[in-house]
Design a protein around this ligand. Structure first.
Ligand code: LLP
Length: 430
């Protein structure tokens, strides 16, 4: 078990020093629990890895699609990180939380003119431009409001990262960014240099998510720098900023063996410095954009067990009061999770069950054939490592209200997102 989880004398699972069964009775279930200590520790490890291995300067941008609500922007601001937002909604939330606009990077493959205007009005630090239409729209909006927007170009480096197809983004057949192979990236580079209202500062790539190996990241850095050098030769303009995206894999199961967070920067910094020295080009400022590796292992979701249905010779379904509405990752990607019976955490997992959700959908499962303690109605189940892409991907399918989010720090809990009520569900109905 990871360091921020423990089992107390009553045999209950604790997160960040708080008894999960107490949290379940205090706030109800389903419940997302986030451990502030773990989030801050992850932020610091990543930030220090840049300071330690890349003396040329860099910044960690938290990819807030992983988990977005006002409190997380306050925490990462205190930790001295920037943020990546990918929609007007994430931008609005960050600004509402008092996050400094100059440290916001605005992403997206199809930002609307209204979102671009919102970014300009609020003096967002950088826009990561995805396509020529966006560059032109941004240029005319910026020029008409007499502003100049710092811009990075999102490049597809053509790297095939070994992860789920849906979360691979660096290859040529991707909806994101400018392709190198076709000359599109070069065209965009030249266009960005010539358009009014746009100040080209650098280039960006993101090769995918939940990646365990470092080689694809090293390879991506090399490809990006080669492009930067080619453009320098051809246009005379050298990028100041190289944003290498996120995607660092985390441990969902005890058998997962991700590389230590620090290793990424250690190896990539080496590649970047060596390349720049060899080619005698200026060393750029580096940004990385981790999402999952900041919040993923800080989260646990708690559920109450309802029916336990044994189908002899087939399997046992343990049904809980949440499911695909609060965690769609199993139904989408077949993602692995470890599940623990929170009120029997000191007991051996001597049964194999399928944990099912409550939606009217056969695929609404949280995990199939997973080891679990003997469970009965009323038990509390904890799904571990749900801090990333769970709350942020939750839905109201079947008109199920979204759960509350509780933050725990050194054993003390506080509510950071209220549970949706039935009235909330009707809020926009006419
Ligand atoms: N930067 C960009 C441009 C991205 O598109 C992403 C993730 C990140 C950074 C952060 O990646 P991370 O460090 O969190 O891996 N819903 C999927 C993950 C989609 C990731 C989308 N982009 C899942 O649940 O696995």
């Amino acid at each position: 078990m990871q360091e921020n989880l423990s089992v107390n004398q009553e045999g209950h699972l604790c997160v960040g020093g708080a008894d999960t069964t107490t949290l379940a009775s205090r706030y109800g279930t389903p419940l997302y629990v986030m451990d502030e200590g773990r989030i801050r520790q992850n932020c610091r490890r990543l930030k220090q890895s840049i300071e330690h291995f890349y003396e040329n300067g860099g910044m960690v941008l938290y990819a807030s699609k992983a988990f977005s609500c006002k409190e997380i922007y306050r925490i990462v601001k205190e930790e001295g990180l920037g943020v990546d937002v990918v929609s007007g909604g994430e931008l609005y939330t960050a600004l509402a939380a008092g996050f400094p606009a100059e440290h916001i990077y605005f992403h997206g493959n199809n930002k609307t003119p209204a979102e671009l205007a919102m970014a300009l009005e609020n003096h967002v630090g950088h826009i990561v431009a995805d396509n020529l239409y966006e560059l032109e729209t941004l240029s005319s909006l910026a020029a008409s409001s007499n502003t100049v927007m710092p811009v990075l170009l999102r490049i597809k480096p053509g790297i095939d990262a070994h992860t789920h197809d849906f979360i691979r983004t660096g290859q040529i057949d991707s909806k994101f960014g400018f392709a190198l192979e076709t000359g599109e990236a070069e065209e965009a580079f030249k266009k960005a240099l010539s358009l009014p209202g746009i100040q080209l500062t650098g280039i960006h790539c993101h090769i995918g998510s939940q990646i365990f190996d470092i080689e694809p990241f090293e390879h991506a850095a090399q490809v990006m720098l080669q492009f930067a050098q080619d453009m320098y030769r051809r246009s005379g303009f050298m990028i100041q900023e190289l944003n290498l995206g996120g995607g660092f894999g985390i441990c969902y199961l005890p058998s997962d063996d991700p590389t230590a967070l620090e290793k990424y920067m250690e190896r990539v910094a080496e590649v970047v410095k060596r390349f720049c020295e060899d080619k005698a080009i200026p060393i750029p400022h580096i940004c990385i954009e981790p999402g999952r590796s900041i919040v993923g292992d800080a989260g646990v979701t708690l559920y109450t067990v309802g029916t336990v249905k044994q189908i002899p010779g087939i399997r046992t379904y343990v049904s809980v009061d949440g499911g695909m509405t609060d965690n769609p990752r199993y139904i989408l990607y077949g993602s692995d999770y470890e599940i623990v019976c929170a009120n029997k955490a000191d007991q051996t997992k001597d049964s194999i069950v399928t944990v099912a959700g409550r939606c009217c959908e056969s695929g609404d499962l949280l995990q199939e054939n997973t080891p679990l303690q003997q469970t009965a109605p009323g038990d509390i189940l904890a799904v571990l490592c749900t801090g990333a892409y769970n709350y942020s991907m939750a839905s109201n399918y079947n008109r199920v209200p979204r759960p509350a989010v509780v933050m725990v720090k050194d054993g003390v809990d506080r509510l950071i997102v209220r549970r949706e009520s039935y009235d909330d569900l009707l809020r926009n109905d006419i």
